[in-house]
Design a protein around this ligand. Sequence first.
Ligand SMILES: O=C(O)CCC(=O)C(=O)O
Length: 195
Amino acid sequence: MPLEPLPLPGADLRLDPAWLPRAEADALLATLLRDLPWETHRIRLFGREVASPRLSLWIGDPGAVYRYSGTRFAPHPWPPALQALRTRLEAAAGGTFDSVLANLYRDGRDGMGWHSDDEPELGPRPLIASLSLGAARRFALKARAGDARLAFGLPHGSLLLMAGDTQRRYRHALPKTAKPVGPRVNLTFRRVRPP
Ligand SMILES: O=C(O)CCC(=O)C(=O)O
């Protein structure tokens, strides 16, 4: 299925709900759950440092250092499964990536609050490729100014591209849910250093 544009004024969003074939998505999810050395990252919330309600891992080329929420992350080396995926994602997205933030939402109590991926090292109009594996969760965007909003599900194997002014004009979130949901892994491929 092709990447289809999503209707949100001033944003550049494209979604393919079934980008990665089912069997590949199943195998990749199992590998990442089993093999990645998942960490708890600390984030700043209302001036306090707290444990982020999800597990994460920053992966990238040597030197692809990332700072967010007051912490500096040196990259873990690329696991072979993600190195191969990077090349395919670059072809699909029409850009290049030097790093990926992997996140594990263990169940519905894990989530991510409203934010933009607007750290200076990403540049003003970053291309971000977000691959979702496991339990389908709702992804929401709301305008920084005005009342434009959009929310949609991100199913197993889906690919969401965020580009252009999306980060500058919108915040996004992965709301927690009271529904019984299993684990979900999300991979956001980015570029933090000039090509
Ligand atoms: O899990 C997701 O789909 C979104 C993750 C996210 O917004 C982030 O890590 O910046």
